[in-house]
Write a protein that binds this ligand. Structure first.
Ligand SMILES: [Zn+2]
Ligand SMILES: [Zn+2]
Length: 328
């Protein structure tokens, strides 16, 4: 086989693995699982570079509104569905709604619901220990923010951690072909922008502009907003509870991520739907989920037990069992 043919075969394998994430899960012998995976890096960097398209496509109020709207909907989907439902089962819902939640969550371009939940469960079981996939204490801030995502280790879904959900074929399908929903979203935005350009030219938008703002810019902002919980929420903020990890409560991050910034609360009691334990701890995801409950879409929301609420203010100074680590 010539060198060009070999490159062609490698690219084909990469593309196939990117589209069908269950197609090739075994690492080649001797391959470092923590080494960077080209099949993950290229699309990740590509989407960041694509942000520069804004200099060609310009902006319009409708395009920016779409970008913000999709940030809001998809951030809620990540925290309310991927995190508080698929990772922690903090409330119950029907199988039909479960699929809808997974579908909307997949539009956030953060892989499938099973992949996301499995990694998150590993994070809670081994928080800031060597087995934690994204601990800033173990591997540094950059690794916890983004490095871990792009490794060979993250190719496949660790299904043994999500046996409760992996028994549903519809969830396995969304998880396996995790680029499908993002491609549908990107394609729809492109068509929507093109349609608006013809029907409402006064709005000043176009197919490429809508794709750039609605998909590219919104998704990149959503990525980094979400990633702050793995990185910054384990570095900056106050510790109410002396949890055996470095989690912290951070008001700014809680606003940015619709409640996820109350991360020390969450590590103290991960299975409650609510993460802002006090009335002033703004938790937009929780308020929206209460709305879902009122509409009958979800039920059995798990509360924060009184013993957890009464336990507060143990570790305001950071002098908990991890004080040495935190000081690093
Ligand atoms: Zn954490
Ligand atoms: Zn969690």
């Amino acid at each position: 086989m010539s060198e060009i043919q070999q490159i062609g075969v490698s690219l084909w394998k990469l593309l196939k693995r990117w589209f069908d994430t269950y197609s090739e899960t075994e690492l080649a012998s001797g391959q470092d699982s923590h080494a960077m995976d080209l099949g993950r890096i290229l699309p990740f960097i590509g989407l960041h570079v694509a942000v520069l398209a804004v200099f060609w496509v310009g902006w319009s109020p409708i395009a920016i509104t779409t970008a913000v709207g999709l940030y809001v909907v998809r951030m809620f989907a990540i925290t309310g569905f991927y995190h508080r439902y698929f990772s922690h089962r903090s409330y119950r819902t029907s199988r039909w709604m479960q699929f809808v939640f997974a579908f909307i969550g997949a539009s956030a371009v953060q892989r499938g619901p099973l992949w996301w939940a499995a990694n998150h469960r590993i994070h809670h079981s081994h928080a800031d220990q060597p087995a934690d996939v994204h601990s800033p204490m173990q591997h540094g801030l950059w690794w916890s923010h983004v490095g871990w995502l792009l490794t060979h280790d993250q190719r496949s879904t660790k299904l043994k951690y999500v046996k409760d959900f992996s028994r549903y074929p519809e969830l396995r399908f969304l998880d396996r072909f995790d680029v499908l929903v993002p491609l549908i979203l990107a394609g729809s935005l492109f068509l929507f922008g093109g349609w608006l350009e013809h029907v409402h030219p006064n709005l000043g938008t176009s197919a490429w502009q809508m794709l750039t703002w609605g998909f590219v810019i919104s998704t990149v902002a959503l990525w980094h907003g979400t990633f702050t919980i793995n990185s910054l929420s384990h570095r900056f903020g106050r510790r109410r509870y002396a949890t055996p990890d470095t989690s912290r409560n951070n008001f700014a991050l809680a606003i940015l991520t619709f409640g996820e910034g109350w991360h020390n609360n969450h590590h103290q009691y991960p299975t409650s739907t609510r993460q802002g334990f006090q009335w002033w701890e703004v938790d937009i995801t929780y308020y929206l989920l209460r709305g879902f409950q009122l509409c009958g879409l979800i039920w059995d929301i798990r509360p924060v037990p009184a013993w957890v609420l009464n336990q507060q203010d143990l570790d305001q100074t950071g002098q908990g069992i991890n004080s040495k680590k935190i000081a690093v």
